[in-house]
Design a protein around this ligand. Structure first.
Ligand SMILES: [Zn+2]
Length: 237
């Protein structure tokens, strides 16, 4: 294997602070602010609470989202190449004297370049408890996701939450099916097709898209059906 040039991005300075934080949440809020200002990509890699058992103490460990180990590429998926074992690490623990949580940069170097935009980043796009409740309330009222998103942005213009489609996941998002006899009928009567969606038919809130054909004797037949993730143009292809 040839030697690739090593990229090093130094982000320690931004995270160095003597400030003490009252709670775990305050630490996370502060880190979030630094993350947004510096366009660094950080995840909470560990959040532990003291239980009295050995080895369990109050701590928060932040890592880079690329901190995962190299996965073997035998699965052949794109996600396999994303992790590059970035060593970036920040540790936060309560100070013994009770003055609050301190933040320690354990390793401030990234072994990869940083993104130009933070949009769609899962950590800073994460919702606050209030915002989550807001999403739950609107969802109960069948408000479509894009309107919920607009509402979140009205509440907080700084909100960078986006609706993310994770193309790496292996979740079934859309199903299209047609009976072979329907396909035969369609080949005979391809002139008139009626297409429409019905809503609120299933717990996944996916529209059921139905294609109906018509015979020369003015009888209708079902051509095909699909559960769709959303009704944007790309979903119809
Ligand atoms: Zn990194």
């Amino acid at each position: 294997m040839e030697n690739l040039p090593q990229i090093c991005v130094y982000t320690s300075d931004a995270f160095i602070t003597t400030e003490r934080f009252g709670t775990r949440e305050e630490v996370i809020r502060w880190i979030k602010e630094v993350v947004i200002d510096n366009k660094v990509t950080v995840i909470i890699s560990r959040s532990d609470t003291e239980t009295g058992k050995r080895g369990r103490s109050n701590k928060l460990i932040f890592g880079c989202y690329k901190c995962g180990k190299h996965k073997s590429t035998d699965s052949g998926t794109q996600s396999a190449s994303k992790k590059c074992g970035c060593p970036f690490k920040i540790r936060s623990t309560p100070v013994k004297d009770g003055s609050g949580w301190k933040i320690n940069v354990k390793y401030g170097l990234h072994n990869h370049g940083l993104p130009d935009r933070l949009e769609g980043h899962s950590f800073i796009g994460r919702l606050t408890t209030d915002e989550k409740q807001h999403v739950v309330d609107l969802t109960k009222r069948h408000v479509p996701p894009r309107h919920i998103l607009l509402s979140l942005q009205d509440r907080d213009p700084e909100n960078v939450t986006r609706i993310i489609k994770n193309d790496d996941s292996e979740v079934v998002r859309e199903i299209f099916w047609a009976h072979p006899d329907s396909v035969k009928l369609l080949n005979i009567f391809p002139i008139v097709l009626v297409m429409d969606s019905t809503y609120k038919t299933n717990k996944y809130r996916q529209p059921l898209f139905e294609i109906v054909g018509m015979t020369s004797t003015e009888l209708t037949f079902g051509v095909a059906f699909a559960y769709m993730e959303s009704e944007q143009t790309e979903n119809f292809f």
